[in-house]
Write a new protein. Structure first.
Length: 255
């Protein structure tokens, strides 16, 4: 019968334990941060692709509403992705426009009044519970920006600022002058009868052309863009991949 002899081997792992503890302390927070930020960035890419699939030719402005509001760091391993813009980083009226457009598409419900509608309500051109629906639209389904500006300026309801820094009043006067004197364009609101709306007339004998319908029914949307579902599914599917990639990088760069 063969006899197997064994001997005890003792290894001092104190230094190895210290090094592993140091890696755990120094590198794992880094790995968490890297994994979360990489996943968040990739989720934003997937969300934008989903928007292009769901919506009919979304504008670059709306696609830009998909923004990372907060990146994770070692002390605070939390990242935040927003599908409705960031009012702290954009001029508030632009961020508000993105939020106003995307919110009903994500949550459903009635569309909130646009700034142009609020301006027209303030000047009593339309009623407090009336909305505009564009007739002439561009490739993205929106009435062209200059048309809004000219119409609001004509009704003395425009509140923009020029790129040169002109005040609201100066910009308003410039716009009104361009509309009434140079271009010979005027607008009027049909408030009674059929075809309620805002009409544009070019020249003295121009034929009125309907540009916006005025309706008493707020546009209502069903949820179309599953922002939360897309993010959740992508995190479940690829979270492990980004976590492993971040851990490998952390171990590789450990000192």
């Amino acid at each position: 019968m063969a006899t197997i002899r064994t001997s005890a081997i003792t290894v001092d792992t104190t230094e190895m334990d210290k090094k592993l503890a140091k890696i755990q302390k120094d590198q794992m927070p880094y790995a968490k941060k890297e994994a979360l930020n990489a996943l968040t960035k990739d989720t934003a890419r997937v969300e934008k692709f989903e928007m292009q699939m769901v919506f009919d030719r979304p504008t670059p402005f709306i696609l830009g509403g998909m923004r990372v509001l907060k990146w994770a760091n070692k002390r605070d391993p939390v990242s935040i992705l927003s599908g409705q813009g960031d009012r702290s980083r954009f001029r508030s009226r632009y961020a508000e426009a993105v939020q106003r457009t995307l919110e009903p598409q994500i949550e459903g419900g009635r569309r909130r009044a646009r700034s142009s509608e609020r301006r027209l309500r303030e000047t009593n051109q339309i009623g407090p519970n009336q909305w505009l629906i564009g007739v002439e639209t561009n490739a993205y389904g929106n009435v062209k920006g200059p048309e809004y500006q000219r119409m609001l300026s004509f009704f003395r309801a425009y509140r923009g600022k020029s790129r040169s820094g002109n005040s609201d009043v100066e910009r308003l006067n410039l716009a009104i002058g361009a509309v009434t004197n140079t271009r010979g364009v005027r607008y009027f609101v049909q408030k009674t009868g059929r075809n309620l709306g805002i009409y544009r007339v070019r020249g003295k004998n121009g034929k009125p052309k309907l540009i916006w319908y005025v309706t008493g029914n707020a546009p209502t949307y069903r949820p179309r863009f599953d922002f939360y579902g897309v993010a959740r599914e992508h995190a479940l599917k690829y979270g492990g991949y980004f976590a492993q990639k971040a851990v490998d990088k952390a171990l590789r760069t450990a000192r």
